[in-house]
Structures are given as C-alpha cells and as structure tokens.
Design a protein around this ligand. Structure first.
Ligand code: NAP
Length: 288
C-alpha cells in the first residue's frame, strides 16, 4: 500500500537543521494559492546523503531547498539548470526540482540577494568588503562582480576558502578587482562603500562583533545576511554610527519566491510569504 501523502512534498535538506523559517514561508504560499502541498524538513546525515538523493525520484518529493553543508555536495547528483551558466563555477545549488525521475539544480540565492541588494544600493563602482567565504559568500561575491563592483575584498578565518572565492570570481569576471586578506584589519573598511556579513557570526546573542566601532563610518552600507535576530550586534553598531543597514530577510524572501516558482511554475505570492516570515520571527523570536 502506498502510504505517501496525497499532496505534493517539498522541503529543506541540510544537517544539522536548526529552526528554519522556510516551512512557514512555503506552507503559507501553498495555502495562499490553494496548492495541495507541504514543505517539510529533511535532516539527513552525511553518511545517508547519497542514499537519500538516489531515492528522490521514487520518494514522492517534488522539490528541495538545500542548505549547509550540502550546497556543493549535491552537485554530484543533479543536472545543473542550463540557463544558469555560472552554476558550474559557483558550485552551490540551493534548489532542486525533481521531475520525471530527473533532478535539476538551481541557485536562487544569487538572484534573491541581487534583487534585495539593489533595492538598497547600486553596487556599480562600489568598494566592498565581505566577511565569510562559504556558500552564501560565493553568491554574494558573484552578484557584486556581476553588477560592476569596483573592488571586492574577502576575509574568512580559513584563508584557503577565501582564496577559492577569489579564483571563482577571477575565472568568471577576469576584469574584476578581487582579493582576500589574512587579517580582518586589512579589509580597510573605513575606505569601503559596502560591508557584507556572510558568516554565521551574529546569530547567537553571545557572538562577538567581527568588526570594531572605529572601522564603521556613516557613509557605509552594512548588509548582514542573518535575519534572526533581525538586528545583529553588527547592524546595531552600524546604526549607532549613522550607517545605512539591512538584514537578510529580504534575501530569504526573494530566494524562497524563486524556488517556489521553479517548483510550481506559478508566480509566488509575495505578501503571504513575507507575512509568514514576519509572523515566524515574531513567534519564535531569537533563540540561540
Ligand atoms: P557557511 O557555508 O558555513 O559559510 C560561513 C563562512 O564563514 C565559513 O567559511 C566560515 O568558516 C566563515 N566564518 C565563520 N566564523 C568566522 C569568523 N569569525 N571570521 C571569518 N569567517 C568566519 O554558511 P553560509 O551558508 O555561507 O551562510 C552564512 C550566513 O549567511 C549564515 O548566517 C546564514 O544563515 C546566512 N544566509 C542567509 C541567507 C538569506 O537568505 N538571508 C541565505 C544564505 C545564508 P568555517 O567553515 O571555518 O566556520
């Protein structure tokens, strides 16, 4: 007997999975459009990943979001969306569409971040400092280079990782000035236009602020990819210096809308999804 639920199934693949805002956002979207579907969490350990992915065509699951630590690992199992020519170099997939036995990989962090960033600032000709060199940072660096940023500098506690992002950007955009540095002070934030936090530092109440007050100036635009808490220590510090700031809630919303559209072929209901995210933040608040 087939015990699978009648509706379509979507979800988030990661390990370990912390509290995620995606189920609230996507379930609200399904409800708003009257789609019989559920968004679930799939916490799959590294030793079970291959088996899980290979079973997807028969699983009844129609689509996935992918998060840490699998955005790169799933590249071994999916066909990359042929229209996103940069995916091969980006090496990060955050959305999988499962259809007729085949798995297609997309990255919606790139267009999601791009849309939200450009609502706040035009990165063309700007000097940018990026903290972190993980999956999200690769999407951020790609967007900045693709939108004409003048100078990009990256810092990660693992220099090798930052070096790999630099190589990726140089490979795709040979003309862009991009480099990584060993010490955070070398970011020279005081002479930058944009500072982006793409590390998880700031998610916990007790987290240190990676940059000091002296590094921030009032003309700086500070974007923190973290959305819970809505005001990280970094954003509070930047505000106190008169800088313009944004958290990552808009990016989360836009990447989620694009994933939804890849899965369903329907226009995502933005207002319902935004409302669900805001209610979820209100409900769970900030828990370390
Ligand atoms: P990730 O792959 O783990 O990358 C984070 C990077 O930051 C890693 O290279 C990490 O190094 C580095 N790092 C950690 N502590 C550091 C420090 N003190 N100084 C410098 N670098 C440090 O995570 P991710 O997927 O890129 O996500 C990064 C953040 O963005 C998370 O907070 C995530 O929630 C957020 N995010 C938001 C959205 C959105 O839609 N708003 C989307 C994606 C991600 P180690 O590996 O050595 O720890």
């Amino acid at each position: 007997m087939d015990t699978r639920p009648a509706g379509r199934i979507y979800g988030l693949l990661g390990y370990p999975l912390k509290h995620s805002f995606s189920p609230a956002m996507h379930n609200a979207a399904f409800k708003a459009l009257g789609i019989d579907a559920t968004y679930k969490l799939f916490e799959v350990s590294p030793q079970d990943l291959k088996g899980f992915i290979e079973s997807l065509p028969q699983s009844g699951i129609n689509g996935l979001n992918v998060t840490v630590p699998y955005k790169e690992k799933v590249l071994d199992f999916v066909q990359l969306d042929s229209e996103s020519f940069y995916l091969k170099q980006l090496r990060a997939v955050n959305t999988i569409v499962i259809k007729e036995g085949s798995l297609t990989g997309f990255n919606t962090d790139v267009p999601g971040f791009q849309k939200h960033l450009k609502e706040n600032i035009n990165p063309a000709d700007k000097k940018v400092a990026i903290l972190g060199a993980g999956g999200a940072s690769r999407a951020v660096a790609y967007v900045l280079a693709n939108n004409g940023a003048k100078d990009i500098v990256l810092y990660d506690i693992e220099l090798d990782k930052a070096q790999r992002v630099v190589e990726m950007i140089k490979g795709i955009f040979p003309g862009v000035q991009v480099r990584c540095i060993k010490e955070i002070d070398e970011l020279d934030i005081i002479h930058k236009d944009i500072l982006i936090n793409a590390t998880p530092i700031g998610m916990k109440e007790a987290d240190p602020c990676l940059v000091s007050k002296e590094m921030i100036h009032y003309k700086l635009f500070v974007y923190d990819l973290i959305y819970n808490p809505p005001q990280t220590t970094l954003l509070k510090l930047a505000k106190s210096k008169g800088a313009k700031t944004s958290n990552g809630l808009g990016m989360l919303l836009y990447q989620g809308m694009l994933s939804f559209e890849h899965w369903t072929g329907k226009k995502a209901p933005m207002d319902a999804m935004r409302r669900a995210l805001e209610e979820e933040i209100e409900r769970v608040g900030h828990s370390d």
